[in-house]
Ligand binder design. Sequence first.
Ligand code: ZN
Ligand code: ZN
Length: 182
Amino acid sequence: MRVIYPVATIAATRETPAIPRPHPRSDASVRAYAPTAERYDVSTSLTAYSELLCRAWSEGESFLNIEHDVEIGPATVRQATYCPEPWCVWPYYITGHQLLDWSLGCVRFHAKLLRAEPDLMAVASSKIGNRSMPPGDWHRLDAEVMPLLREREYIAHRHDPVIHHHHYFGEGCSCGDIACPL
Ligand SMILES: [Zn+2]
Ligand SMILES: [Zn+2]
């Protein structure tokens, strides 16, 4: 399974407070469970992430995308490899109690989806947004890709177990572990 692991340094994000990226627990999970992951620095511009996904999309091979604040589990890559569904997601909690079941955080796009919808990522990345965010800005990429998949009548296939997301939300880390390093 091709695994894409885009990482950005905190300097390129607008998060407060500054949290080290990639998150140490995300990094550890990728090293342990996805050792062949292709790591890409997407700090170079606001659109580097969407450009990376467009490139992977056009290369046509099934891929699992893991964002730099997501901690995968031991089964994630195996599930991504063997599931025949076109679009798979691994849900995670984003505030400690709200389960996010669609995002780019941990998602696998099957080669048959890339073949059937060759323009999808490019279309999502070229949508004109508001003035502060250029087309393809990583901040709203989720919000462009997922509705477009639904518009084209795909349904996200959810995988258990719930994985972890490490993002500070004011009450602590979204993973719910008070000992989680910020
Ligand atoms: Zn699946
Ligand atoms: Zn955490």
